[in-house]
Ligand binder design. Structure first.
Ligand code: PFF
Length: 431
C-alpha cells in the first residue's frame, strides 16, 4: 500500500503546530517564565528554540523524509544496530503519552465543570476516581483520531482545533488585558530580571522547556517527516517554532492578569493552572464562561499533542511489523492505557506515590524530562553522525556553507547542549 501523505503543506504545518502547542505552552511556559527571570528568560529561551531546537526539528524531518518510514525502521535502515535505539524512542513517546493523557483528562474535567457552572476543586476532584474516567475518555478521543489515519485523523483534527484555539486565545488575551490586574500581571510575568541569566539553572530550564514544547526528540517529527512531500524543511519547521513560541507567550498574558485581578499568588508554580487559575475564575466576573473557554482551549492543545505522540508507536508497528493501521492503533491504545494507569491513580484516594512523590510527577521527571533529553541525544547522534552528509544535504537544499554550519551544530552543538541539560536535570532532583 502506498504511504499516506499530508494533503498540503498547510495541513502539515497545522499538524506540526498541533503537536508542538500543548499543555507545555499554556500551563508550563507561563509559570516557568514567571519564576525564571520574567522577560529576561526570553533570551535563553529564544536561543534554545532557534539555535538548538529548530535544527533538531529539521534533522528529524530530514531523517523521516529521507528514509520514508517511522522511527524504528528508519533507524534500522541507517544501521541495523540502531534498531534498539529506535525502540527506546518509541518507548519514551509511549511513556510520556501515558501521563500526558492523565493531565489531558483533568483539563477536560475542568472544561466541563466550568461549562456546567459547577467548578471543581483540585483535591476533591483528583481524590475521587473521576480522573480515571476522564483519562479513559481522553485516550479514546486520541485513539479514534489516530485510527482514522494521517489525513483524515491527525491532519483534520488540527485543521479544526488549531484555528479554534487561536480564536479563543486572542479573545481571552483581549479580555484579560482589560481587567484591573492586567498591569501588575504583566509586570510580574515579563519585567526582566537580567541578573537571573547568570544562573545556569535558568538556562537549563530554558532548554528543557524548549525541547518539550517543540515536541522534538521523541520521533514525532521524524514520523511526520515520513509523510512529507517536497516541502522546504527549515521554513516550515521555523513557522511551527514561531507559532509555538507566540502561543506560549500569549498564554501568560491571559493567566497573570487574571491571577492578579483575583488577588492570588502568581508564584504558585505547578499549581498555577489547576489551583490558582480556577480559583481566579470563581472570583472574577464572567469567570465560568472564561474558565470554560480557557480549559476548552487547553484541551484542544493537549489533544492534538497527544495524537501526535500516539502516532509514533502506531506508525512503528505498522512499518516494522506490517500491522494494518486500525489494529496497530488499538494495540498501542491498550498499552498506553496500562502505562498511564499508575499516573492516573497517583492523586486519587489510592495515592500512588514513590518515595513521597506522586507517580505522575515522577513520570513527568523521568520520561518527560530525562527521557526526552536522552531520546533527543539519540536522534542527534544517529542522524548527525551516521546518516551520510550527502543524504542530509539532499533534504535541506544543497551542501553550501550554511548546510555545513548546520551539520556542525547538529553533530557538536546540539548533543553538547542536551548533555548539559541532562546533567543539570539530574542535579535539580538532588538539590
Ligand atoms: N509539545 C507538547 C507540549 O508542549 O505540551 C508536548 C509534547 C508532544 C512533547 C509531543 C513531546 C512530543 F513528542
Amino acid at each position: 500500500m502506498e504511504r499516506e501523505q499530508w494533503s498540503s503543506t498547510l495541513g502539515f504545518i497545522l499538524a506540526g503546530i498541533g503537536s508542538a502547542v500543548g499543555i507545555g505552552n499554556i500551563w508550563r511556559f507561563p509559570y516557568i517564565v514567571g519564576v525564571n527571570g520574567g522577560g529576561a528568560f526570553l533570551i535563553p529561551y529564544l536561543i534554545a528554540v532557534f539555535l538548538f531546537g529548530l535544527p533538531l526539528m529539521v534533522l528529524e524531518l530530514a531523517i523521516g523524509r529521507s528514509t520514508g518510514t517511522s522511527v524504528i525502521s528508519a533507524f534500522r535502515s541507517i544501521q541495523q544496530r540502531f534498531t534498539a535505539a529506535g525502540l527506546v524512542i518509541v518507548a519514551v513517546a509511549g511513556l510520556v503519552l501515558g501521563y500526558y493523557l492523565v493531565i489531558t483528562g483533568w483539563v477536560l474535567a475542568y472544561a466541563l465543570s466550568f461549562a456546567f457552572n459547577r467548578p471543581i476543586e483540585f483535591d476533591t476532584f483528583t481524590g475521587s476516581y473521576l480522573p480515571l474516567v476522564f483519562f479513559l475518555l481522553s485516550g479514546v478521543a486520541v485513539y479514534v483520531t489516530v485510527r482514522s489515519g494521517v489525513r483524515e485523523g491527525i491532519e483534520r483534527l488540527s485543521r479544526y482545533l488549531i484555528p479554534a484555539l487561536l480564536v479563543i486565545l486572542l479573545f481571552l488575551v483581549a479580555f484579560s488585558l482589560t481587567e484591573p490586574g492586567a498591569f501588575e500581571g504583566i509586570e510580574f510575568y515579563l519585567s526582566p530580571d537580567f541578573s537571573r541569566l547568570t544562573d545556569p539553572a535558568v538556562w537549563i530550564a530554558a532548554f528543557g522547556q524548549a525541547f518539550f514544547s517543540l515536541s522534538v526528540g521523541m520521533g514525532v517529527l521524524l514520523t511526520f517527516g515520513s509523510y512529507l512531500g517536497k516541502e522546504a524543511l527549515f521554513r516550515n519547521a521555523g513557522i511551527i517554532a514561531v507559532a509555538d513560541m507566540l502561543i506560549a507567550i500569549l498564554a501568560g498574558l491571559v493567566i497573570f492578569p487574571l491571577v492578579f485581578t483575583a488577588g492570588l499568588d502568581p508564584a504558585a508554580g505547578v499549581n498555577l493552572a489547576f489551583i490558582t487559575l480556577p480559583t481566579a475564575f470563581t472570583q472574577i466576573q464572567y469567570g465560568m464562561l472564561l474558565g470554560a473557554l480557557f480549559f476548552l482551549m487547553l484541551f484542544a492543545a493537549a489533544l492534538t499533542s497527544a495524537v501526535s505522540m500516539l502516532e509514533v508507536p502506531t506508525a512503528a508497528l505498522m512499518d516494522s511489523y506490517g500491522y494494518p493501521r486500525k489494529r496497530a492503533t488499538l494495540l498501542v491504545f491498550a498499552a498506553i492505557m496500562l502505562l498511564g494507569l499508575p499516573s492516573a491513580l497517583s492523586y486519587t484516594a489510592l495515592n500512588l506515590e514513590v518515595l513521597g512523590t506522586p507517580f505522575l510527577d515522577l513520570a513527568d521527571y523521568m520520561f518527560g524530562t530525562i527521557g526526552l533529553i536522552v531520546a533527543g541525544l539519540i536522534v542527534s547522534v544517529v542522524g548527525g553522525w551516521f546518516m551520510s552528509r550527502t543524504r542530509i544535504c539532499a533534504e535541506i537544499g544543497g551542501c553550501g556553507w550554511q548546510q555545513r554550519a548546520y551539520m556542525a551544530l547538529i553533530r557538536y552543538g546540539v548533543p553538547a547542549i542536551l548533555l548539559i541539560t541532562l546533567i543539570g536535570s539530574f542535579f535539580r532532583v538532588a538539590g
